[in-house]
Write a protein that binds this ligand. Structure first.
Ligand code: PHB
Length: 368
């Protein structure tokens, strides 16, 4: 077998994964509207990929206000939870494990997606003019510019924390193995953390302690709602995502990782900037991450199996997440084991639509 290191089991919290190849969270925008409910196709899609050591689902709203893209699912209603329950069951039936990624999109949203048509919330007022996606009259994705935002009130911030906690309970009850808090890529928690998008002068802005406060309050609330063995988080130190600049202050990023380390989470999932055009991490930064974070690390970025194997063997990461490769290769794990060629992803079918580019990528056996 090729790349044997990737096939050693890994325990996150108290849950053992069959291998160290993780399916990264991937926004596919195929949920049913109204209601933001994952479709039955989503069940097929995830079940097809259940040989991953862990699937992390597409980012999923913790409230109606958290929505930023037409077609992204939620997990804040009973109907959404019922559909997710079928998905977790289907993945478990195939011997897989599955985490749901929970997000609030903050400024990466559009007033027309907000329950009351109001401006989306963020840490501060802003108009970054980033990209989001609505639906046209045929239900197809329609690219749109994000709306100007307003600063969240202290009461709204409390509500965000409560929504993450309540959704964590729904996730547990729907059969998920973990929740993953989306603290990355310039969405709400990352907007509070990044100096670029946080001009607050209250206890949620200014110092790094204050900018990290919301993210850490959410972590603590999710742990209180379930427990630390079932809670992970994804962050994206350095680089730029969604027009939000993470900055280049490595010390601040290491401080945040140190705070997360204290919580004893199931895992820390790090999205590296080089998948989105940023500079690769230096070896020194990777080593500093390991010093500041002693728990399990899942890494995602410009990886192939060889790079993942090298960094796992060096003790710098514990598992690797693949995104685009998992979209195009439902049997990616088997292909890595055989060092077999990969199907290439068709970017035209990433977002929205139906079966095409979603559940119809062939496995090796179907190809041969
Ligand atoms: C995207 O749709 O491009 C997207 C969504 C969520 C992320 C990153 C990218 O965290």
């Amino acid at each position: 077998m090729a790349h044997e290191v990737l096939f050693k089991s890994l325990t996150l919290g108290k849950t053992e994964l069959n291998n160290r190849i993780v399916m990264a969270p991937l926004t596919r925008l195929r949920s049913i509207e109204p209601g933001d409910i994952p479709s039955s196709l989503a069940k097929t899609y995830y079940a097809q990929r259940a040989s991953a050591g862990l699937i992390v689902t597409e980012a999923t709203q913790v409230s109606a206000q958290a929505k930023g893209y037409a077609g992204a699912p939620g997990l804040h209603t009973a109907e959404q939870a019922a559909s997710w329950q079928e998905i977790t069951q289907a993945v478990h039936d195939q011997g897989g494990k599955i985490a749901v990624q929970l997000w609030h999109t903050g400024l990466v949203s559009h007033a027309s997606l907000q329950p009351d048509g109001k401006a989306p919330i963020s840490a501060s007022e802003s108009a970054l003019g980033g990209r989001t996606s609505l639906r046209d009259e045929n239900g197809l994705p329609l690219r749109a510019e994000t709306s100007p935002t307003r600063a969240a009130s202290l009461e709204e911030i409390k509500q965000v924390v409560a929504d993450f906690a309540a959704t964590t309970v729904r996730a547990r009850d729907a059969g998920f193995d973990f929740i993953e808090i989306h603290g990355a890529h310039g969405y709400l928690l990352s907007q509070f953390w990044a100096e670029h998008t946080n001009q607050r002068t209250d206890e949620y802005g200014g110092s790094r302690e204050n900018r990290a406060r919301l993210m850490l309050e959410v972590v603590d609330a999710c742990i209180a709602a379930w427990d630390k063995d079932h809670v992970g988080i994804r962050i994206s130190p350095l680089g730029s995502f969604n027009n939000v600049h993470m900055g280049n202050n490595e010390d601040d990023q290491l401080y945040l990782m140190g705070e997360l380390n204290k919580r004893g989470l199931a895992f820390l999932h790090i999205s590296e900037p080089d998948w989105a055009g940023g500079e690769p991490f230096s070896t020194q930064f990777r080593q500093n991450i390991r010093v500041n974070y002693s728990g399990k690390i899942i890494a995602a970025g410009a990886y192939d199996a060889k790079k993942a194997e090298n960094l796992i063997s060096a003790g710098l990461i514990d598992a690797v997440a693949f995104g685009r490769a998992f979209i195009a290769n439902p049997d990616l794990v088997e292909r890595i084991a055989q060092d077999a060629p990969l199907n290439q992803m068709d970017p035209a079918t990433s977002y929205g639509g139906g079966v095409k580019g979603y559940t119809d990528y062939p496995t090796l056996t179907q190809t041969r």
